[in-house]
Design a binder for this molecule. Structure first.
Ligand SMILES: Cc1ncc(COP(=O)(O)O)c(C=O)c1O
Length: 375
């Protein structure tokens, strides 16, 4: 079985985690500070905060910006659901924007259309290693006076005009989950160039307790801290970041080459301005002439699912595109055509450092077979 993802541990993970375990520092500790320092330095951003996961990273960013009841936040209609969940968790109202049909990421024209007097922020989610059109998004945000919270959980170390995803808007969030570009098992990061926001988030992360007065709380806070043991794992991964990025570039190039001649699918579009660190390879089912299907998406979804089932029988694990938020009960999201199509038509084949070239070739050959069989 070729798994869809698998963390690659290079060796120093064990030594550093053991070091943390043997020290007195098993909750907070020096590896947390090291991870924050190295992440900030590598991303070229002033402040990084380590947190318990990518979801609490989003919640901390939103709470740090004082986003809550009465505020609207624009989120994409096609996304991993944490963005919408955390907007709702802080008591704000998500307003749903459709995605660009080619990048599958939030469309700046939609943000412009939806921004109103109650809109406080926009929350672009950079999926699969790609980055949303941040030039256009920052321009629209500025025109409407919106804060920009980038969910860069899937785009760690991808760059837009040389700047890392997550460092372009007001604040950026990352996940260090086992499947992510670097991992600490569970974990997350929040980054910002705004020193005052970072200060507020540090207080909120630690029960709202004042840093200079123990057990005194000016605000209601949370425990979103990362453990030293998890941070040690993350630090060992950071040591291998160049290798990880090179591996992901190799896998991306190999998939693009192997998929080039295969009809019935197209690939996610990456803008010229984007230098991606691929997180997950994706393909989208399209009509034989290469154009998106039109009309009802459910037959496309059924075909995509049949292809995934065929690949599983071949020993190849894949993942579907996220369900459009419009399809799921909690979100009160209108039907957004590009989000709906992306949700029904995308499948993601295995992507992880160590995935061999010949495995990629076999995956693509089997994909071609199942595309033909189901056409
Ligand atoms: C885009 C995106 N945002 C947020 C998250 C949440 O991160 P975590 O699982 O670490 O809470 C994930 C992944 O799980 C994700 O892919």
């Amino acid at each position: 079985m070729i798994p869809w993802a698998q963390p690659k541990l290079f060796g120093n993970e064990e030594a550093l985690v053991l070091d943390a375990l043997r020290s007195a520092w098993i909750s907070g500790g020096p590896y947390v500070e090291r991870l924050e320092y190295e992440a900030a330095e590598r991303m070229g951003v002033a402040e990084a905060l380590a947190v318990s996961n990518g979801t609490t990273a989003l919640e901390l960013a939103l709470r740090g910006l004082d986003i809550g009841p009465g505020c609207e936040v624009i989120v994409p209609g096609f996304t991993f659901v944490a963005a919408a969940n955390m907007v709702m968790a802080v008591g704000a109202t998500p307003v749903y924007a459709d995605v660009d049909p080619d990048t599958w990421l939030v469309d700046a024209a939609e943000i412009d259309r939806l921004a109103g007097p109650r809109t406080k922020a926009v929350l672009p989610v950079h999926l699969y290693g790609n980055i949303a059109d941040m030039d256009a998004i920052m321009a629209v945000a500025e025109a409407h006076g919106l804060l920009v919270v980038e969910d860069a959980a899937e785009a760690a170390f991808s760059r837009h005009r040389g700047r890392c995803a997550g460092t372009i808007g007001t604040v950026g969030t990352f996940s260090l989950h086992a499947t992510k570009t670097i991992t600490s098992g569970e974990g997350g990061l929040v980054v910002t160039n705004d020193a005052e926001l970072a200060r507020r988030m540090r207080v909120l992360r630690d029960h709202g307790m004042r840093k200079d007065r123990r057990y005194w709380h000016d605000v209601v806070g949370f425990n979103f801290r990362l453990t030293n043991m998890q941070a040690a794992l993350g630090c060992a991964q950071m040591e291998k970041l160049d290798e990880i990025i090179a591996e992901r570039a190799r896998i991306h190039a190999r998939y693009r080459a192997a998929l080039a001649g295969i009809g019935g699918v197209r690939l996610q579009h990456f803008a010229e301005a984007t230098d991606p660190v691929l997180w997950a390879m994706t393909v989208q089912l399209v009509a034989d002439d290469g154009t998106p299907y039109s009309g009802d998406v459910e037959p496309v979804r059924a075909r995509r699912d049949a292809i995934m089932a065929g690949l599983l029988d071949d020993g190849i694990e894949t993942r579907p595109g996220f369900y459009a938020l419009s399809l799921m009960p909690p979100y009160d999201c209108p039907t957004l055509p590009n989000s709906l199509y992306a949700s029904a038509s995308i499948l993601s084949p295995p992507t992880f450092p160590g995935l061999e070239d010949d495995a990629i070739d076999r995956i693509c050959a089997r994909l071609a077979h199942h595309l033909q069989k189901t056409s």
